[in-house]
Design a binder for this molecule. Structure first.
Ligand code: SF4
Ligand code: ZN
Ligand code: ZN
Length: 352
């Protein structure tokens, strides 16, 4: 068969079959459509305004590496006027996160963005390695998810950013729609397709890759020769999500539009008012000062469980000293909401 021309420019040779549409296109057209779709997602949802300080949640994996690259490219090309940062969370997983953070450090040089790394150990006094040795490999992702969410907020406050963007892609969101249906968690189903979330007092979070297929992200990273880390976490990820993932991949193989269709279905559900969970933040956690709907925030409740029999502060003395040395803490650290603490954004925390 003679080589086929690109279905978009009709000039160069088609070398890619686009996973999302099946179109056969050239490499430059693939870069162009991928980037333009992300740009359209950003502008249609009006995610940013000029002057915003935006942290990219960076793990060193393919999604966040491509996100950092594309955010930088679009910010320059369309003059978004954003100040971009990399924010990484070190969960303390030997043989996994330590290596992937080395990738983020190289990305920091490659993309010329300030980088802040914050660890579970310094915030909570526990690494994931220590947690797994105590609780086993069953609920590890529950701990990790709760801790990461709070750690990202704290890191964002230190960087004084308005907004965190994460590399969640279309496959992740479709998977979450399926999981919420499978679990009957309709309140979450109503929220999980939102491109942007912002609760009271929380930093805005959004997902510019909401409509980007995982396969296209991998393809983009490959053709752009981006430097990313591709090993999976050594602790078994959520098994139930694994079922949703396998199911989704089967559907995608049969009909590639399945991923977008599931997201659109999720968006179109109308959730009854009484089912929508109203996550009211009425108070601050009595141990760490983080916003919470109960006396203790989720992280501190988990920490209390871990520390049962070992009376210890949720934020350890070591963490308190570190924050104090960065100008962020006082004797009453635990009673002052984190975001109101003086000097919560130590400039020294930014790697130049
Ligand atoms: Fe954390 Fe689980 Fe992800 Fe590993 S798979 S990084 S333990 S959430
Ligand atoms: Zn082309
Ligand atoms: Zn707390």
């Amino acid at each position: 068969m003679p080589p086929r021309n690109c279905a978009l420019c009709d000039k160069a040779r088609a070398i890619v079959k686009r996973p999302k549409t099946g179109q056969q296109i050239c490499k430059d057209c693939f870069f162009h459509v991928f980037e333009t779709e992300v740009h359209n997602t950003i502008t249609e949802a009006q995610l940013f305004k000029p002057g915003d300080r935006v942290a990219i949640g960076a793990s060193g994996g393919k999604d966040s590496t491509v996100l950092a690259y594309v955010m930088k490219a679009l910010n320059d090309r369309y003059q978004y006027g954003l100040e971009l940062f990399l924010l990484s969370i070190d969960e303390g997983i030997t043989g996994y996160r330590d290596d992937s953070l080395e990738t983020v450090k190289r990305n920091q040089q490659q993309y010329d963005m300030p980088l802040k790394i914050l660890s579970y150990d310094e915030l909570y006094g526990w690494t994931m390695d220590a947690i797994v040795s105590q609780v086993g490999k069953k609920n590890n992702c529950t701990f990790c998810g709760v801790f990461r969410r709070q750690a990202l907020d704290r890191g964002a406050a230190m960087l004084n950013v308005d907004h965190i963007v994460t590399g969640h892609n279309a496959d992740d969101i479709a998977e979450t729609v399926l999981m919420n249906i499978m679990r009957g968690d309709i309140a979450r189903l109503g929220r999980c397709t939102s491109i942007c979330t912002q609760g009271e007092d929380t930093i805005k979070r959004s997902k510019p890759f909401k409509y980007a297929y995982e396969k296209e992200i991998v393809m983009y990273a490959y053709f752009k020769k981006l430097d990313y880390f591709s090993t999976e976490c050594i602790y078994s990820p959520d098994a139930y999500r694994g079922h949703a993932r396998v199911f989704l991949k089967d559907l995608e193989a049969a009909r590639p539009s399945a991923i977008i269709d599931i997201i659109h279905s999720g968006e179109a559900f109308e959730i009854k008012e009484e089912v929508k969970a109203t996550q009211k933040i009425q108070q601050t956690c009595k141990r760490c000062g983080y916003m919470s709907s109960n006396e203790l925030c989720k992280a501190c409740s988990l920490l209390e469980g871990l520390e049962r029999g070992v009376p210890q502060a949720a934020i350890t003395d070591r963490a308190r000293k570190k924050l104090a040395s960065e100008g962020g803490a006082s004797e009453n650290l635990r009673t002052i909401p984190y975001f109101q603490r003086p000097g919560a954004l130590p400039p020294t925390a930014i790697v130049p």
